[in-house]
Design a protein around this ligand. Structure first.
Ligand SMILES: Nc1ncnc2c1ncn2[C@@H]1O[C@H](COP(=O)(O)OP(=O)(O)OP(=O)(O)O)[C@@H](O)[C@H]1O
Ligand SMILES: [Mg+2]
Length: 455
């Protein structure tokens, strides 16, 4: 069932439940209140009746004409009244003699709590009012019995209850209509969001729109939009990766195949066959390097490689980089400088020593390829991080490469597999650091690794 219908159904059922509970609670309460009011009213009528009757000469009940009496003493049309002297001597009544006697009997069985008594033809609300004997009065100890049939009050209760239910139902319907409008407003963006998620499911990430809505739904919508953006970028980079990887692997394989077939078919013989075999060996070497680096990078990115994070002394780390690169630099006639700005000896970074060394060697190794004379490795300590800066005096990084420099298979003139910097970035980021590259105003390349400092 659709969410909107489920919400409507739940709200409708809730309203019906509230109305039913209100009805069951209010209906008997209404009767109690009406009976209580009626009793009070009967008492007042009794008191009025006695005062006015005592003031006028009393007429025996038989001769009393109810119409006349009611004219003289304002009694409610439904009120039945009997005035009796001790010994149930009815001397005044709005009823016939027989009925008056019956009412006096009913009055004797009245429940004092509820004021209700059972008569022959139904229940009555009865109030008894006795005036104590008074000196100088011709009559003494007069009892007034006032009654109203309960059915009268019940019909009043029903009428009131019906009105109340009509008002509550109108209110309920209005609340239901309002809830429909509100629910529609809440559910609409959810329906739209579902459409956008369908696009994500079908991998059409670039078609996902941002659904504008407030509150939590708005937050979810914006997360979905961002997620789609990230997935789109990821999909694109994966596509590029496979294109580049297949290209990188295909080139050496084609050359290996060409030379191998040439040698087999006797096209290349003697010195040319030897040269071909050299090419095959070199290309195999290159293939091995590409595959090894690709596997390492994949492992780094999938977090398969365990990083042993430790306190690494920065000075010691830089010294080791220089030691490892020195033979290559020496061969090329380059000097490696290290004017370390970290004055104190005991400054440490938090990293996996072997891996961060690998990252630094990749960058410094590149620098040996492009530097003219000098490579510098410096470190500067901040409050929470340490910057390791590797610069050279070469031509600098080609401008068009800069935005993609750390992506896989990005390589420029004189480059090799184009995976070294991607590996370095993966290592630095796994050490919770950042890596950036820029060209120096003087022309050379500068790489900065910002790594968390140990306290
Ligand atoms: N110091 C530098 N000066 C100028 N260009 C550089 C420098 N370092 C890197 N580059 C450019 O960046 C490219 C990518 O470097 P990266 O180390 O990722 O790959 P690579 O050195 O070509 O191959 P490998 O995977 O063997 O390291 C290089 O091919 C080069 O064009
Ligand atoms: Mg490299």
């Amino acid at each position: 069932m659709k969410l909107i219908y489920r919400l409507h159904l739940s709200f409708g059922l809730l309203l019906i439940f509230i109305l039913a509970v209100t009805a069951t609670l209010i209906y008997p309460l209404l009767l109690d209140t009406l009976v209580e009011n009626q009793r009070k009213d009967l008492r007042e009528q009794a008191s009025r009746l006695m005062t006015s009757t005592l003031a006028t000469p009393l007429i025996p009940a038989k001769k009393t004409e109810p119409a006349q009496l009611q004219k003289a003493i304002p009694l409610a049309p439904t009120t039945q009244a009997v005035l009796a002297a001790p010994g149930d001597k009815v001397f005044f009544s709005t009823l016939t003699e027989e009925k008056a006697k019956e009412l006096l009997d009913i009055a004797k069985q009245v429940n004092p709590q509820t004021g209700i008594s059972q008569g022959k033809d139904g229940k009555y609300i009865v109030e008894k009012f006795t005036l104590p004997p008074q000196s100088g009065q011709p009559m003494s100890a007069i009892t007034a019995v006032m009654a109203t049939p309960l059915s009268e009050v019940k019909s009043m209760q029903l009428a009131l209850f019906q009105r109340m239910m009509i008002i509550l139902s109108i209110g309920g319907i209005m609340a239901f209509l309002l809830s429909m409008v509100i629910t529609r407003r809440i559910v609409k963006p959810l329906t739209e969001l579902r459409k956008e998620l369908k696009k994500v499911e079908n991998r059409n990430f670039n078609e996902v729109r941002l659904i504008r809505s407030g509150g939590e739904i708005g937050e979810v919508a914006s997360s979905v939009y961002q997620l789609a953006g990230e997935l789109d970028k990821y999909q694109l980079s994966q596509k590029q990766f496979f294109q580049n990887a297949s290209h990188e692997l295909k080139t050496p394989l084609m050359s290996i195949q060409g030379y191998a077939e040439g040698i087999k078919d006797g096209i290349f013989t003697g010195e040319r066959a030897d040269k071909g075999l050299d090419v095959i060996v070199n290309e195999c070497e290159r293939l091995k390097k590409i595959v090894t680096e690709m596997i390492l990078l994949a492992k780094l990115e999938s977090e398969d490689v365990i990083f042993n994070m430790d306190k690494v002394p920065i000075q010691n780390l830089i010294n080791e980089v220089i030691e490892r690169i020195n033979p290559l630099a020496f061969k090329k006639g380059l000097t490696i400088e290290s004017n370390c700005k970290v004055s104190e000896k005991n400054i440490y970074i938090v990293a996996d020593r072997e891996k961060i060394l690998q990252a630094l060697i990749n960058i410094t190794g590149n620098a040996t390829r492009y530097a003219k004379k000098t490579i510098s490795i410096n470190a500067a300590a901040g409050d929470h991080t340490i910057d390791i800066e590797i610069t050279d005096d070469g031509e600098g990084i080609p401008k068009q490469l800069l935005p993609f420099l750390f992506q896989r298979f990005t390589k420029g003139k004189g480059g090799e597999t184009g995976l070294g910097l991607a590996i370095s970035r993966a290592i630095v980021e796994r050490c919770r650091g950042q890596i950036t590259a820029a060209n120096l105003p003087s022309g050379g390349a500068a790489f900065i690794l910002r790594i968390p400092r140990s306290r």
